[in-house]
Write a protein of this length. Structure first.
Lengths: 185, 67
C-alpha cells in the first residue's frame, strides 16, 4: 500500500468506513509497535498503546488535513500515547558540551573502529547498549538510523524542527557510542 | 586531553560537524579543513571512523537489533 492508497483508504475511514482502516493498520502495526516498544520497554503495553493509537486515528480521521503523510500522523499519535503512558517527569538533560559527550564516547582515548565493525557478530552488545539509553535517545536512533526515516520524517514524528532533531540525533549517537565503549572494554 | 587546532579547525568543531561531514553536505572549504585536520589528528581520525562505523552497523542490523 503506497502513500496515495493509504490517503484514499484514510479518507474513506474519515467518512465512517472503519473497515477501510484495516489495511493501514496491517501495514503500519509492526513498525509502530517497534517504535512504541522502544519507548515504553513493555511488550504488552506497546501492543495496547498501538491499538489505542489506531482507535484514536479512526476517531480523529476527519481532522486529518493531509499536511503530513498518514504514516507520520499516526506515528505522532502513537508517540504521544507512549509518553503519556510513561508518566514520568521529563528528565532534565544535563548541560554537557558535545566534546564532553564525545570524550565519554571515546574521543581522545584509543579507539579501534574495527571493534565496532566486529559487532556484526555480537548484536547482543549493541542490543544492550541501545536498551541502556533513555527512551528519547533510543527513539531518535530507532527512527533515523535503524528504520531509516528521512531527517524531515524523523523531525515531524518527534515534533521537532529539523535543526533541533539534528542536534538531538548527534548527541544521541554519542551517548550510544559511550554505552558501546563501556561494553567493549 | 588537549584539543588541537589542525587544518584551521578545532577538535570540538570536528565533533560538532561529524554528521554533516559523513553526509557530505558541507561546503568545499569546510570539507577541506576537516580532511586536513583528520590527516594530522589521530584522536579525531579514530573517533570519526568509529562514529561512521556505528552508523553503518545500525543501518545494516535494522530493527531486529531491538528485539
Amino acid at each position: 500500500m503506497n502513500e496515495q492508497e493509504m490517503k484514499i483508504a484514510f479518507a474513506e475511514t474519515a467518512q465512517g468506513n472503519t473497515n477501510a482502516f484495516s489495511p493501514i493498520a496491517r501495514q503500519l502495526r509492526p513498525a509502530i509497535t517497534r517504535f512504541v516498544l522502544s519507548i515504553v520497554k513493555d511488550e504488552e503495553a506497546a501492543k495496547d498503546l498501538v491499538q489505542d493509537a489506531f482507535i484514536r486515528a479512526i476517531e480523529k480521521a476527519a481532522s486529518f488535513r493531509g499536511d503530513s503523510s498518514v504514516k507520520t500522523w499516526i506515528f505522532t499519535i502513537a508517540r504521544n500515547f507512549a509518553y503519556a503512558h510513561l508518566r514520568r517527569r521529563k528528565l532534565q538533560e544535563r548541560s554537557v558540551s558535545t566534546l564532553e559527550l564525545a570524550m565519554g564516547a571515546g574521543w581522545g582515548s584509543y579507539s579501534d573502529p574495527e571493534k565496532i565493525a566486529s559487532l556484526k557478530e555480537e548484536t547482543l552488545i549493541l542490543h544492550d547498549a541501545l536498551a541502556a539509553l533513555d527512551p528519547e535517545t533510543r527513539e531518535i536512533i530507532l527512527l533515523r538510523d535503524i528504520e531509516s526515516y528521512s531527517g524531515k520524517e524523523t523531525a515531524d514524528i518527534m515534533e521537532l524542527s529539523l535543526a533541533a532533531m539534528k542536534t538531538r540525533l548527534h548527541r544521541s549517537r554519542l551517548k550510544l557510542l559511550a554505552e558501546l565503549k563501556r561494553r567493549l572494554k | 586531553m588537549k584539543e588541537r587546532n589542525d587544518g584551521g579547525i578545532k577538535c570540538s568543531e570536528i565533533v560538532e560537524v561529524l554528521d554533516d561531514y559523513a553526509e557530505g553536505i558541507l561546503n568545499a572549504e569546510t570539507t577541506k579543513k576537516i580532511q586536513n585536520h583528520l590527516r594530522s589528528c589521530e584522536n579525531c581520525a579514530n573517533f570519526g571512523a568509529r562514529y561512521v562505523a556505528l552508523l553503518g552497523l545500525l543501518k545494516e542490523q535494522g530493527p531486529h537489533v531491538l528485539i
